[in-house]
Design a protein around this ligand. Structure first.
Ligand code: SAM
Ligand code: SF4
Length: 339
């Protein structure tokens, strides 16, 4: 006999604007082996390890979200693959794919650890990776990441491809830093069979630098690329914030994620949870719900209430501003929030 007959399923997560939350971005660590200039300070204050959710707590959280209708989970960070034992979390969550409603488990990574992990990620059920790579130029990469070696990232991307993982390259477009290197990056990625998404730098976190100097409008990038290549609009909608074109000259797909010049909040289907269990209802707002407190002090019922509270509080959207002197929209950086 089916033991669930007569049991009401948990209600879906629907916010007060009628948007259903089906996508969870979960940061598993705030630590990273790189120090990208748009993401964190040169000497970040990392959280005490005791503040982080355990792997077991992270699993309980994911199960609670899946039960409430989340179909896609992206693990991120910081750099998710520098967390010790993260593979056991991924392998555990991988067993939920295809049952209990989880359709996709994916990862955002800087690729440096992929030579070690790509095969096991594929075996765990991960099919797609978002890989952050802002330039192929080794000097620019070293400057942007404050000391990274682009060859490590390239070796990781090659390992992912060899393991059969589908790769999308994400590049943050930065004025006078990687601006002139973007066409080369796009041509290379398309040649390797990878989609590319360009991202506008967001004023998230105090990074010890002026955001307005970093900001590059993707409208301008698109116009410059159109002078060089034929870009054909694509109707593709992956449920995300990117607008896609096909670059006829390379045959590849190029996305533009423009939180500043093309706000996409009306179709928002996601929430972010940090490695300490803070649920942020919007990337650009400071509203938060403490899921760790609910988990540790209240148990399953408190967790359910906390998720309901989050739906009641999720704001309509962000109002990022990168004009000179505007400062950060929120004080937490991307590595802590989970990009
Ligand atoms: N370490 C992993 C990586 O770099 O892919 C995952 C975490 S990282 C915070 C996730 C994404 O956020 C990366 O694609 C990164 O480029 C992006 N990111 C970080 N800070 C950003 C900012 N201020 N504006 C826009 N994107 C940012
Ligand atoms: Fe690390 Fe990713 Fe932030 Fe770069 S963007 S510092 S790789 S967390």
């Amino acid at each position: 006999m089916d033991r669930n007959v007569g049991v009401n399923p948990a209600p879906p997560l629907i916010d007060r604007f009628g948007r259903q939350i089906t996508y969870l971005r979960l940061s598993v660590t705030d630590r990273c082996d790189l120090r990208c200039v748009y993401c964190m300070k040169a000497r970040p204050d990392f959280l005490p390890k005791a503040d982080l959710l355990s792997l077991e707590e992270l699993t309980i959280l994911c199960d609670a979200f899946i039960a409430r209708g989340v179909t896609k989970i992206r693990l991120t960070g910081g750099e998710p693959l520098v967390r010790k034992d993260v593979l056991s979390l991924i392998e555990n969550l991988g067993t939920r794919i295809g049952r209990a409603g989880l359709k996709e488990l994916c990862l955002t990574t800087n690729a440096t650890q992929l030579p070690r992990f790509a095969d096991r990620l594929a075996a765990a059920g991960i099919q797609r990776l978002n890989i952050s790579l802002d330039t192929l130029d080794s000097d620019v990469y070293r400057r942007l990441t404050r000391g990274g070696d682009v060859n490590n990232a390239l070796a990781g991307i090659a390992a992912a491809k060899a393991a059969g993982l589908q790769v999308k390259i994400n590049a943050v477009a930065m004025a006078s830093i990687n601006e002139v290197h973007l066409p080369e990056l796009i041509r290379w990625a398309h040649g390797e069979g990878h989609d590319v998404s360009l991202i506008e730098v967001m004023p998230v976190g105090e990074i010890g630098a002026d955001r307005s100097a970093q900001f590059l409008s993707l409208r301008d990038v698109c116009a410059t690329l159109s002078d060089r290549w034929t870009l054909t609009d694509l109707p593709d909608n992956t449920g995300g914030p990117a607008r896609y074109v096909r670059v006829e000259d390379t045959g590849g797909r190029l996305g533009f994620i423009s939180p500043l010049t093309g706000n996409f909040c009306d179709s928002c289907n996601r929430v972010r949870v940090t490695c300490t269990g803070e649920l942020f209802t919007c990337l650009g707002k400071s509203g938060r719900i403490d899921l760790r407190h609910a988990l540790r002090n209240g148990g399953p019922a408190a967790l359910e209430h906390a998720l309901d509270d989050a739906m009641a509080e999720k704001p309509w959207g962000h109002d990022f501003d990168v004009s000179p002197g505007a400062g950060a929209a929120v004080d937490r950086d991307m590595a802590r929030t989970g990009g």
